[in-house]
Design a protein around this ligand. Sequence first.
Ligand SMILES: *Cc1c(COP(=O)(O)O)cnc(C)c1O
Length: 455
Amino acid sequence: MKNPLTEEIARLDAEHSWHPFTQMREYMAFPRLQIARGEGCRLFDTDGNAYLDANASIWTNTLGHRDPDLDAALREQLDAVAHSTMLGLSSVPSARLAGALSALTGDRLPRVFFSDCGAAAVEVAVKLSFQYWQLVGEPQRRGVVAMSDAYHGDTFGAMALGDCGAFHARFKPWFFPVDRFPAPECVECRGNVSRADASRSLAALEAILKEKSATTACVLIEPEIQGSGGMKLQPPGFVEAVSALCAKYGVHLILDEIFVGFGRTGKFLIEENRPGIDADFVCVGKGLTAGYLPLAATLTKEKIYEAFLGNFDEYKAFFHGHTFTGNPLACAVALKNIEKIRRLIASGTLAETIDCLGKRTEEAFRGHPHVREIRQRGMVAAIDLFAGEGKPAWPVGARVGMNICMRARERGLLLRPLVDTLVFIPPLVISREEIDFLVENTRAAVDDYLKTLKG
Ligand SMILES: *Cc1c(COP(=O)(O)O)cnc(C)c1O
């Protein structure tokens, strides 16, 4: 017997919602789930069933749902003001957050431009780079270099910068040109690198820059881990090598840290304590507000900022903005998030959780006949499934990864695959018991489902 709330929400969803990245016919055919509330690492449906939020609500949640300190920070800001614009005004939380973000870079990137989603933060970085070169008298620098399998968001500029095959193929005729170099390869789990090769990737990047540096504005990468492209890792030292090439050829380096920032790899930002990385722009989003509210930011150097200064009628200003830029509620919760992640890192708790996630994932899946490869770095683990040695590949339409995640849901787990790659991207505060629950039930869901394929 269904409860009335479940029925109401299921009906409204079926009749009116259009979900992102979703074949709606498939969505309607699978059992559907309506979330009513959250607590810690768990979400509860309208019938009161609990699910472990094993993808951190699409890679955003850092400290769990309804964290008392985050909730209090949000309520406190609500008692002050919910929104005021940054067009010509500042606000208490937006100024404080700009300062806090600058501090995370050791004040190397002291200028913060807020936006409200990752795609916008990336487009802001690229537009700033383009305009900078115009302002310093090198307008011919219009080119962008980006990596294969990149994902930077779904607006037009972000799609053009990405390399997401079927996701964005339909819109290709409207993209601006981008020079692309291949991503490096790296297989790593618990800090042990079993295979790594950056040579082809770096040689290709250098070849592009050698030929085109005079007309190139910037190089854009997702450092350390390419998320949506399949949780592809980069070998240690790769980001430093890209940074060195950008410096050698005098082009900007943009780091899209929207996925990897805010504790996901065990630290706040990739360049933390890594003097060999000299980014001109860093984009953050997702975990910035602990997964509470939409907010993103583009951080840059004082030198870039200064190039935009002039009299109004020189039209050097950066004419770009979003209505909810620097929203005070989002900034207030982001400030508290930074404070709490700092403690999580300093206490060593996050490093222990990361090791536990890698260890338990490896124990549960190493040697499984349908596991081609396991990768883990930070609070990210990926398990590539395949039909088995010498067997024909599963057709895309078989939706093996998605079907396994649906089995996992019956076991109280919320997972979302990348094709046939299962990914664990839980909140940073997941407990050991919850990690056990995650890997054991995922393993059982894999075996349950693959048994039905053999039959
Ligand atoms: C999610 C993501 C984006 C896009 O962020 P939105 O907020 O969805 O626009 C950009 N880059 C990376 C690396 C991401 O993971």
